[in-house]
Design a protein around this ligand. Sequence first.
Ligand SMILES: [Zn+2]
Length: 187
Amino acid sequence: MSNKEYSQLYDPAFLNKFGSKKEEIGQLTLHDDNPVIDLNQIANILGLEVTEEDLAVDGFFKKVDKHIVINQNVSEGRKRFTLAHEIGHSQLGNDEPAIAFRGAESYTDDEQLKEVLANKFAAELLMPNKDLLIDLMKKALCDLGADPQHFGYFERDLALSDVSSRIKVSSEALKFRLLNLNVLRNN
Ligand SMILES: [Zn+2]
């Protein structure tokens, strides 16, 4: 592996969601020795203000002043997923302060769809590239002394934990992404 520009990692259709900022974001570099997507730099390029506060919800996006607020009281992986989700709302053209404080059970179908799309955006933003994820999983399995072609659930979960901490996402988010990309099988 080697350093890669974000433009090499993201699908062009995904980069298009950043509009006039897509080239600037595409020129950011993912470093081989620290393959963590730099969400703060992306938010900065997009002109979004990001702050952390003591919240009862994970976070929200205020469209009117381009401000994302993240709950300070959760793990780094969860904070990053929320930030990626709120960046998603900002690029998909919707905000959610009214939704965020009402509780998921009262969402309308339209609001549910916006949440699903923002979560999909977040997964792709944080974990863009299937080949990179496969490389990282193989390396983690080799480091555990496992055979990357034939490994058990125990080794799989250890590798998920290792890779998720390297790329700073939760283990659950990584597992879900790898299932969606058909890298892992759901059995
Ligand atoms: Zn949302």
